[in-house]
Design a binder for this molecule. Sequence first.
Ligand SMILES: [Fe+2]
Length: 317
Amino acid sequence: MRYTLKPIFCRPWTLNGFSLKLIESHYENNYGGALRRLNVIAEQLESLDYAKTPGHVVNGLKRDELVALNSTLLHELYFASLGGDGQPTKAMSEALARDFGSVNRWRDEVRAMAGALAGGSGWVVLAWLPRDGRLINQYASEHNQALVSGVPILALDMYEHAYHIDFGANARAYIDAFMRNIDWAAVQERYEDAIRTAPPRPLVQKEFGDVPGVDLEEVKGLLDAGKSLQLVDARPRHFVSRTQDIVEGAVWRDPERVQEWIGELSKSEPVYVYCAYGFHIGCKTTIALREAGFDARYLKGGHSGLRALGSTVKLNA
Ligand SMILES: [Fe+2]
């Protein structure tokens, strides 16, 4: 395929504190250079006979493709980030305050990150993370470090070519000039597009859709706070005899013999039930307890999930 050139979005003559010479050099040599390299690499890749090409050649070309493609995309975003008056719109102020505490806190973080990259190279990228429905400032020391699934909406170029012509080694002055020229209205448009990106699909267990589940963080939080819970480890016997560990605060009960231990539980407090990974056994045991009148919930993620969160385990005596 052929990658096409995008025009420079920022109307260079309107920028405050940047010379035309710097912006033109950056766009023509660095953005244009990346795009030209990318098309050469794409052509080479298209002509490869993969069955006969050594692995190191494939590795090298695909690595170079990623570097050139990300450099192209980041530079397009960089120029599209400039051309405004640096004043965040109301919607972006609210979004930054929600995810960073305040606009000033966001600015401080960007300044610190960019300052730390100065003298080397890299990018500071404001990206939307669909998984958690929030904005994050992403660090990149090279073009090819990208946040997986992140949707970038603002980019600050910290390669020396982005500022040396006008600012010399004074990266701080460049960072301030960038901040003064952010086009927040354009950032907001990209933000509105980004937040429509669906998060990764959650785990669905259709057959247990009606069984109330609880997030592991909530239960771990209660345990860490010293709360005494009715926490039932209902992993199958063969699991428990194999691993022998149990989460602190839980009791193991055989899911095959619910009727033998159900009388130990109280109906006035919730009963938390988990199995190895949070699938069938935990859900079925929860259903059995609910049918007997208990306020039972299964733990989404089970024993392995609790361990992954760093829960304390002990030997199952
Ligand atoms: Fe650049």
